[in-house]
Ligand binder design. Structure first.
Ligand code: PGA
Length: 248
């Protein structure tokens, strides 16, 4: 059985105060242990959020990390630095990082390997642009991104990865892929993983959908056979709506 994982991606929003208030506001309402709850926040909030979430089962994640252990990489943060403050998860290869910060399939692979080697849970993002979808290339794009992201990763490690399928055209636009469409692509991603690792492993790996998920559509999305969670941007910023998402 794959445990559902509902994750908020706060992107570049919230002060420390706002983040801590949020955790305090939601913690009693997201205590359902059948769902893994994750908040991925900007670096500046992480230590305070870990502190605020102590004694709850809310996990705190980063939105990026560097693939080297240490070095002259101005502005970057390493896996060890995240572990140092109690962070457990890290988003890797979000489309906004691919689009604006030159993230490539290769760096996604390096970061995923490093996160796993250090004991962080990578939430590895994939997804097609509108152009690619219109050209009927959705599956090819996802296959390429996933195959590269998992290159050199053992079966034992692969099962620890969370995949997030996020069609770029559905992110922050209010347009959601229909739940059936999302499920079809996610089932295909599972097939790709089956090709890489066999069915025992592919049946264990959790795959989220992301892109304009909100309280009004989360239940339908979560009812799909292959969708194991949601990665949520906009609708994760308000405590009330986050609580509803977790309690889909
Ligand atoms: P959205 O963002 O829910 O605001 O569409 C999702 C994401 O980028 O992870």
């Amino acid at each position: 059985m794959r445990k559902p994982i509902i994750a908020g991606n706060w992107k570049m929003y919230k002060s420390i105060r706002e983040g801590v208030d949020f955790v305090n506001a939601v913690k009693e309402h997201v205590a359902n242990t059948d769902v893994e709850v994750l908040i991925c926040a900007p670096y500046t909030l992480l230590a305070s959020l870990v502190e605020a979430a102590k004694g709850t089962h809310i996990h705190i994640g980063a939105q990026n990390m560097h693939f080297e252990d240490a070095g002259a990489f101005t502005g970057e943060v390493s896996a060890d630095m995240l572990l140092d403050i109690g962070v457990t998860h890290v988003i890797i290869g979000h489309s906004e990082r691919r689009q604006y910060f030159a993230e490539t399939d290769e760096t996604v692979n390096l970061k995923t390997k490093k996160a796993l080697a250090k004991g962080l849970v990578p939430v590895v993002c994939c997804g097609e642009s509108l152009e690619e979808r219109d050209a009927d290339a959705t599956k090819d794009v996802c296959k390429k991104q996933i195959t590269k992201a998992f290159e050199g990763i053992s079966s034992d490690d692969a099962v620890k990865v969370v995949v997030a399928y996020e069609p770029i055209w559905a992110i922050g636009t209010g347009k959601t892929a229909s739940s059936e469409d999302a499920n079809e692509v996610i089932a295909y991603i599972r097939d790709v993983l089956e090709g890489l690792y066999g069915d025992t492993v592919s049946e264990e790996i959790r795959i989220q959908y992301g892109g304009s998920v909100k309280p009004a559509n989360v239940e339908e999305i979560m009812n799909q056979t292959d969708i194991d969670g949601a990665l949520v941007g906009g609708a994760s910023l308000e405590a009330e709506s986050f609580v509803q998402l977790v309690n889909f």
